[in-house]
Design a protein around this ligand. Structure first.
Ligand code: HEC
Length: 191
């Protein structure tokens, strides 16, 4: 004959075991999530002088605002990328850009592609070559922290992740002043 008390005991320990297992699983998953957030959410490397900006993690995966080509000394091709805050402001045509906006400009040299030209049967293809020294420029919006420079912090990094010097960073804002009416940003969104 079944002992009703023993049955209840059995069920109770079984339930407790399940709860313990669930708790363990939740803690384990939370641990992984925290670890991942740590791995992807922290800016690494040296901070740029004056503005204290580091290379933002994951910037290479941001959405495209536009592209451009510079001749002269720079002679590069470049992509201008924005974080989600930047893209939202651009698409909603919101000015000034809200705090938290980051705009990144990545540059590459460009070289003829023999491989592509063979297919075309004539020289016409250029593709990105090695990145120039100062391949990455950033503009970070924080209207309070960077009030003296239109609310923008400026940074520039080389391929080794080293920030540019203070003297160079002092030239950024004055040259962006002509586009004050567009919140000091030259690049227009290219749909
Ligand atoms: C000689 C003037 C000049 C200087 C100095 C200058 N910029 Fe710019 N910057 C421009 C112009 C013009 C563009 C747009 C270029 C294009 O799209 O062809 C631009 C574009 C940018 C962009 C893309 C967003 C935008 O405004 O279009 C970033 C980011 C940027 N500059 C950061 C910097 C940083 C950081 C520095 C300092 C290290 C700097 N710039 C110095 C003139 C300048």
């Amino acid at each position: 004959m079944e002992n009703p008390k023993g049955g209840r005991e059995f069920r109770r320990t079984n339930t407790m075991k399940r709860i313990a297992f669930l708790l363990f699983a939740v803690v384990a998953v939370a641990g992984v999530v925290v670890h991942m957030a740590h791995a992807s959410g922290h800016a690494e490397g040296e901070a740029a002088p004056i503005f204290g900006i580091k290379i933002p993690p994951g910037y290479r995966d941001w959405k495209l605002i536009s592209v451009a080509h510079e001749e002269g000394d720079l002679n590069d091709i470049r992509a201008i990328l924005g974080n989600d805050t930047a893209i939202r402001a651009y698409r909603e045509e919101k000015l000034p850009f809200p705090d938290g906006t980051i705009i990144a400009r990545i540059a590459w040299s460009y070289v003829p592609s023999e491989e592509n030209n063979k297919v075309f049967g004539r020289p016409q293809s250029f593709v990105p070559g090695p990145a120039p020294d100062w391949y990455l420029q950033l503009m970070v919006k924080d209207s309070k922290k960077y009030a003296a420079t239109g609310g923008w912090g400026f940074a520039q990094f080389n391929k080794e992740g080293k920030p540019t010097d203070e003297a160079k960073l002092k030239t950024c804002f004055p040259c962006h002043e002509p586009v004050k009416a567009r919140d000091f940003v030259f690049t227009r969104y290219t749909p």
